[in-house]
Write a protein that binds this ligand. Sequence first.
Ligand SMILES: NC(=O)c1ccc[n+]([C@@H]2O[C@H](COP(=O)([O-])OP(=O)(O)OC[C@H]3O[C@@H](n4cnc5c(N)ncnc54)[C@H](O)[C@@H]3O)[C@@H](O)[C@H]2O)c1
Length: 360
Amino acid sequence: MTAQRFIQVGTGGWGRYWSRTVIPHLLELGIAEPVAAVDVNPANLANAREGYGIAEERCYTDARRAFEEQPADFAIVVVPPAHHEAIIDLALAAGCHVLCEKPVADTMAGSARILLKVTRAERKMAITMSHRFDQDKQTLERLVRSGAYGPINYIVGRLALNNRRFGDWGDFRHRIADPLLIEAAVHQFGIIRGLAGANARSVYANGWNPEWGEYAGDSTALAVIEMENGVRASYEGSKTNASTISPWEEEYWRVECRDGTLELDRRRLRLLRGGAKDVPAVEELPLDDGSAWLNPLLAERFVRWLDGGPAPETRIEDSIHDTALTMAAIESAHTGRVVDVPAFTQDHLDAAADELGIRA
Ligand SMILES: NC(=O)c1ccc[n+]([C@@H]2O[C@H](COP(=O)([O-])OP(=O)(O)OC[C@H]3O[C@@H](n4cnc5c(N)ncnc54)[C@H](O)[C@@H]3O)[C@@H](O)[C@H]2O)c1
């Protein structure tokens, strides 16, 4: 295949990982070619230069100039969610496809507009829902979806860390509203959708920030979700605990199936079974093999899609449901009400279509 030319926007923060790990994976495969790197903070462009050797003259502090001056096939968007839409607008105007970090945007209105703009422009877009596509979660998803343990009854998930001091979790997350739901739970909600094999029907969430959390918005949340196929899920997320018992990449998951309890804890996967009075029979299960996981896997699938390969599960048409569940949970946390997720999503898509004047 011909290497697909790309512009990376956002090379600091998480963009450092893109520059030093994800993009080098694409270059090693020979499927992508960098044409520009952009960051409003010029010091952060060093990550792109050092990570994949982009030339100084291809480094920009203004995304508009980069898209005007460097023809590209796709954009990689690694800026905070509130800035996604402005960068995607520039990318689409330049005829680029888009590979964007999660969530789609920081609001449901913005996310719905992005989906419709991408559709209108007839471009491809995918979201890097990294953690669902990690080795341990993909193994669990494959096993529960195989049906080998019977139908799923319910799912329990937990991400719990001590990131309570300002800056522990990247400055912008301490300043925005709803950082836990927007920046963390979107991943766990994606995992729940993957495990259940369905979109959410309803969500009730309660979010808050304890007095010792150095956050302007809610750093902790509990949520109950019902999926469209009847699977229920309960979610616990916190960035302000006294301990880090379920950190990133080592979250706790338990899937209660009719014929087995599958438990994933700090990447250890176990199958438990037994009657009320038995000591449970425990079987350790191996994780699946694979050559790439997380963003390297998702970026590779996206680029192969541009070249005519299969559409990835993280394409925006599907991934919008991860963001929609997140935004519906925020709506629930703000109003105290159970939110009907499909109706919430459709209302925002209709409003975005009206706003953009593209309703059929
Ligand atoms: N998939 C994951 O596991 C994961 C992990 C961390 C972050 N993220 C996502 O990555 C995105 C970026 O988060 P972050 O942690 O890197 O944020 P950050 O604030 O740490 O870094 C953002 C970078 O983008 C630059 N930037 C900001 N606005 C810009 C603009 N308009 N044009 C060009 N550059 C701009 C900043 O200077 C900075 O270098 C977010 O969507 C976040 O949710 C995903």
